[in-house]
Design a protein around this ligand. Structure first.
Ligand code: MYA
Length: 390
């Protein structure tokens, strides 16, 4: 939700050059890697009445079980007004990148009813933190059914996913959370750009400022009906090699960044209807010069008589070379609005500070903490982060 209170932690350590080799004294595993035979071989014990399962996201019925668990129990805002509603297609996308493993889609079922009661997932990714490039896991969708909260099931889920990931020879992971736990590497803030003022006011996502009328607010957030940058169009499979090069090169300037292979880039960025939208700018010579993207993540509106769903676009990866980042992101707002979005969200990471104010984004009310599991390194500023997790 929108807020004007800035509580960002400013006590960050200094920069170092993003891709230069890091000093091993300040950049190292907390616990050294272990051989397979030295790892725990058997799964952690579940409390009586519950058992582990692997949930098959490619199976329609099991996908619906994941969807329902998250739809009813996943992340809410602090006021309990909104809850993430990850669509089935989104979940399929999020959990099946190249090299994904079924044993990392870890669920807990009730032995009696067989109902899915908890979940944690990991997918493989190459991530660079400062100059150290590592195979890591991206951990997401940690969820315990509301009826089973505060029974310390979450730590068991975390230990078991760690064990499973370790068995593939991977000892680092990245994840984000709204909660501040020990050892975060960066703290980012969400910003929100109103697209449908009336709906956002109706559902209590934002308020009419003092002395503001709805008509004035709508005027303030009005956008042109079509995008402005010449040559900007949806990305196609043919664009992948050039767009991949552009994005990978751009991400080199950040201290925490994903290192996409071309295949991973195609998975994460090729447009999927209702899931992810990506655009390239092709110049008159047919060269791909600029790139922008956002993903579609809706939220349930809880207890509102008029609206059930908040349609939100989330800024993903953007590279502006021949236009300003502000101009490119203005086009993104227009494209997102034309896809039916009510709000456009962006974190203040990468170079997003450049456009947030000018494009009328308002500051959100919570921070998103970034964590690198089992990695010791200096903390970094929000604008040194070049990684967007879902
Ligand atoms: S972030 C999204 C998290 N999900 C939600 O917020 C959904 C709604 N909430 C819930 O479903 C539950 O409240 C959860 C906790 C499941 C969050 N990350 O079982 P408990 C610690 C890490 O009694 P519950 C995402 O998905 C808490 O500090 N730890 O509590 C990324 C306490 O520990 P300690 C968390 O409320 C996930 C303990 O859990 C989080 O029933 C990355 C209490 O357990 C959190 N977001 O369940 C996970 N929230 O006592 C880490 C609470 O020690 C991955 N806790 O303070 C680590 C890397 C693993 C792989 C490594 C491979 C190398």
């Amino acid at each position: 939700m929108l807020n004007s209170d800035d509580t960002n932690d400013k006590s960050r350590k200094p920069n170092s050059v993003a891709t230069s080799l890091p000093d091993p004294k300040w950049h190292k595993p907390i616990v050294p890697d272990r051989e397979k035979e030295d790892l725990r071989q058997e799964p952690y014990n579940m409390p009586k009445g519950f058992e582990w399962c692997e949930v098959d996201i490619t199976d329609a019925e099991q996908r619906t079980e994941i969807y329902d668990l998250l739809y009813q129990n996943y992340v809410e805002d602090d006021n309990g007004c909104f809850r993430f509603d990850y669509s089935r297609d989104f979940l399929t996308w999020a959990l099946t990148p190249p090299g994904y493993l079924k044993q990392f889609h870890l669920g807990v079922r009730s032995s009696k009813s067989n109902r899915l009661m908890a979940l944690i997932t990991a997918v493989p990714a190459k991530v660079r933190v400062y100059g150290a490039e590592k195979d890591m896991a991206e951990v997401n969708f940690l969820c315990v059914h509301q009826k089973l909260r505060s029974k310390r099931l979450a730590p068991v889920l975390i230990k078991e996913i760690t064990r499973r990931v370790n068995h593939t020879g991977v000892f680092q992971a990245v994840y984000t959370a709204g909660v501040k736990l020990p050892g975060s590497v960066a703290s980012c803030r969400y910003y929100h750009r109103t697209l449908d003022a009336r709906k956002l006011v109706d559902i209590g996502f934002t308020r009419l400022a003092p002395r503001m009328t709805m008509a004035r607010m709508q005027k303030l957030y009005k956008l042109p009906s079509d995008h402005i940058t010449k040559g900007l169009r949806a990305m196609t499979p043919d664009d992948v090699p050039a767009a991949h090069k552009l994005v990978v090169k751009y991400l080199e300037k950040f201290q925490l960044a994903v290192v996409f292979s071309e295949e991973e880039f195609a998975h994460w960025l090729l447009p999927r209807k209702g899931v992810v939208s990506s655009f390239v700018r092709e110049d008159d010579d047919g060269v791909i010069t600029d790139f922008c993207s956002y993903y579609h993540l809706h939220s349930s509106v809880l207890g509102n008589p008029k609206h059930n769903t908040l349609n939100a676009a989330y800024s993903f990866y953007n590279v502006a070379k021949t236009v300003t980042l502000t101009a490119l992101m203005k086009d993104c707002l227009i494209l997102a609005k034309n896809e039916g979005m009510d709000v456009f969200n962006a974190l203040n990471l990468m170079e997003n500070d450049q456009f947030l104010e000018e494009l009328n984004f308002g500051m959100g009310d919570g921070n998103l903490q970034y964590y690198v599991y089992n990695w010791f390194c200096p903390t970094m500023e929000h604008n040194e982060v070049g990684l967007v997790l879902l």
